[in-house]
Ligand binder design. Sequence first.
Ligand SMILES: [Zn+2]
Ligand SMILES: [Zn+2]
Length: 400
Amino acid sequence: MPDIPKTMRAVVYRGVNDLRLETVPVPRIGPGELLVRVAACGVCPTDIKKIQYGTVPPPRIFGHETAGVISKLGSGVSGLGWKIGDRVALHHHVPCLDCHFCRHHAFAQCETYKRTGITAGFEPAGGGYAEYVRVLPFVLPGVVKIPARNSFAEGALLEPVNTVLKAVRRLSLLRGDVVLVAGQGPVGLMFTRLLQLAGMRVIATDLMAARLKLAKKFGAKWAMLAPNGTGRAELPLRHSNPGRAEHRRPALPLSAPKRGEGGRRPGEVFSTFIHRTTRGRGLDAAVIAVPSDAVVRQAQTWLRGGGQLMLFAHTKRGAVMEIDPATVCVDEKDLLGSYSSDFTLQDEVARLVFSRRLDVRPLITHRFPLAQTAAAIGLASQPTEDSLKIIVEGTACHRP
Ligand SMILES: [Zn+2]
Ligand SMILES: [Zn+2]
C-alpha cells in the first residue's frame, strides 16, 4: 500500500477572489468511503462564479471535475469491486433516485443530489484543487473506472459532458433539425458534437474565429461569427459546405457583408440565412451557451413556432430579461433550462468520451500545476483565442 502522508497541499478559498495554497490534513475516510489521489481537475465556470462573487461562505476547497487514483479504501468498499490503484473519474453529486423529484427525473432538485459528496476538507465543495479527496458513500455509485488507454483529463471531463448530454436530451428534436449553438467554448463545442452525433444540423456561432474552426471539427454544419445583438462588433458570416444540395444557390455572400451593403445589416443577413436554411420555418432549437441576454432575445426571434430555447449559461441569479410572453403562449416557443448532470446518463457519457466519439482531447488547451490554480482560474475567466478547457494537474498524474 502506498504511503499516505498526514498533510497535503490544497488551494483554499478564503473569500472573494482569494485562493491560497495551504497545507491541510489529508482527509480521513470512514466505512464505505474512498480516498483518491487527484490527477486532474477541470476548471469549471460555476466554481469561478462562486469564487468571484463570493456566493458561498469560505473556507472551501473547490474543483469538482476530478479524476485520480484510489489510494485507500474504507471498510466494505472492496466488496463493491474497487481496489487501490484504480484510475477513476468522480461525480460530486448523485441523486437518491427515490424521492418526488427523482421520480420526475428532476435529479438536480433532489435533496441528496444537492449535497456535495466529495471533499478535501472544510465544507464539501468538490475538493479537486487538492492532492487528495475523500469520496463519501452516497456518491460512490458515481465513480467510473477510466480505461487504460484514456487519460485522467478525459475522465475529469465526464462531468461536464454529462451536463451537456442531459440538456440535449431535454430538447425534442428530429434528425435533420437545424439547431443554433451560440457560444463555442468547451461546453458549446460539446453541444455541437453531441447534437451532430444525434443527427442535427448545427449552426455554431462565436465571437472568436479560432473556436469556429474547432466547431467545424466538432461537427458543426455551419460555423459563423456571431451577429452581435449588443451593438458591439457585428461580424461576417462564414459559409461552409457551399457544394451541398441545399446550398447550390449560395444563401449568403461568402465574404464579409459591409456596413450598409444593400442597406442590410449583418444581423439581417444572418436572419435571411436561417430563413433559407430552414425553408422559412426558423430554427428548431437554440442552445445559449453564453451568458448574454441579447443573444437569448435574438435567438428567440429566429425560432420556429413550437421551437425550443435552451438556457445553459444563465447561472447568475437576480437578473431580469424582457421576453414577449405571447411568443411562449401563442407561438409555443418553449423556454427551457438545464443544470448539472443526470446520473442515469453516466454509462452513456463514459462510452461517448472513452470511445472518443466525443473526443474531448482537443478541448484541453492548458494545464497548470496545483500551486498555480489561481492562475488557471484567472485564464478560464478571461478566455483567449487559444484557451478552452483548463486542467489543474494533481500529484497523481506524475506517479512513477
Ligand atoms: Zn462543472
Ligand atoms: Zn432524490
